[in-house]
Design a protein around this ligand. Sequence first.
Ligand SMILES: [Mg+2]
Length: 602
Amino acid sequence: MKNHREKPLILIIDDDAPIRQLLIEVLSDRYACCEAESAEQALAALARDNFDLVISDIRMGGMSGLELVPHVHSIAPDCVVLMISGQNNIETAIEAMRAGAFDFITKPIDIQLVEAAVRRAITHYTLLEDKRRHENHLEDLVQSRTAEIERLAHFDSLTDLPNRLLFADRLTQALKLPQRDNQKLGTLLLRLDRFKNINDTLGHTVGDRLLCDFAERIKGSISEESTLARFEGDEFALLIPNVKGSGNILNSLGRIRDLLNAPFILDEHKLYITFTAGISLSPTDGENAQELLKNAGVALNRALSRGGNNYQFYRADMNTHALARLTMEAELRRALEKGELALHYQPQVELSTQRIVGAEALARWQHPKLGLLPAAEFIPLAEDTGLITLLGEWAMREGCRQTACWQKAGADDLRIAINVAARQFQQKDFVEMVGDILAETSLAPSSLELEITETSIMQDPEHVITLLTQLKKLGVSIAIDDFGIGYSSLMYLKRFPIDRLKIDRMFVNDSTTDSDDAALVMTIITMAHNLHLNVMAEGVETEEQLKFLRLLKCDEGQGYFFAKAVPPEFFLATAREIGERQQEPQLISSLIEYEQRSLRGE
Ligand SMILES: [Mg+2]
């Protein structure tokens, strides 16, 4: 395309110098004119400059004007050609037009005719140029759109990183290259921890910006041969070539972790991000891209099941475990429907009076092949798969129903403690469900206590505060389970509307042998009392522990020293057994009475 010039550029070719001079005089006011005395000279000028118009004599020594026209157009396709003919006859005109000329003028030169012909020719040139511009624009447009579509097929539109397709392609290409000195290729899948919470609480705009900032930070830290890709949501993939061993991978992970030490600042939010990684190495963990990605995924799931913020290398036995898990999941679904699940109850004792004040309901699975499974064997699976929602609701209904029965028999004060998983707090109608179950089973809200762990509170504190406040309004009490092993502090918990802390068994177990644990138990109890919280010790197993806890004015206790969790039909007998060791057996006597009555079939 021609550069923008002030005046159109005309090349005048004639072997007759006076004619050239005449034309230049006539045209040079409006046009920039160059001259050539032969077709050969003209070609040299055409190669140098972009002319709008060529005015050429037909008959010249050497190459004729008619022969010149195709050469002009091959050099400058849009250049317009006017012929000057010595003979005023129609044949010459037709010949010139056929050769590709736009128009012709005749000798002797008529100034006005020349000016008019040149004006028309220049207008024609402008039109040609416009047309060309549009054509080029259209072509550019098609090219850029094609490039965009191509890009969308291989790149993530949010972060501009390669997508899964391109990553798999690069991995495939990398696998074809011979690896030096037994070096390996590392395929890493990375997930941001708690990203869903960020999206849910701060919105997708903040979430998307976080993903972009994360991508940007990591991209800057990886080597040129590595590829960082975004698959979907908060899942990223990293291809690291020339890996000598797992140490190389751990160094890379360490560098990423270091990069995340500084918070991400998004508007007024300061976000600290951690991530979880699953790693597969070629050739041991797979021969092709598909296998390596699949196995990195299996490893990632394993790391995620441990709560995130860690990494896992793939191991061949993981697929077997994954398979066993799948079978187990299907079986657990069926168990819920077939009533293979049951609640066992562990007594909770008031330490000062030794009265039984409550029972913690603990789920058990009567597995057709594996026998009776404790909660620890299937609750984590239920939490991972979301079955915990169904299971939790069932446990709450069953526990409340059973407790209402015992209360009707005279154990008015008996409180039932039901464990609530973090995931259940995400149920939209959780508070409503609790209210419905209480109404349905005719249990007073004050007889129900929900046990939640620190970890589940800390996953989304603001949301949990709202829920707990609603539950408190309902009249239900709240206990923090396994206190001490999470990362919350008592001062932080002050913000939560809770009634009781249950000190984790780990501290209670060693409290009489380990002075650090003893100090910790003492501190927890003192601080909890200052915050007007009731304290229960979990895992009380010996008389020394009981004496120690009493000394510290610990309010309540639960553990093997009193009783293990027992099926409902044995709860009364167990209570009686404890009752024999009790000073104030009022509650127990009423339970015994109930048991005797039910034995008599009343
Ligand atoms: Mg518990």
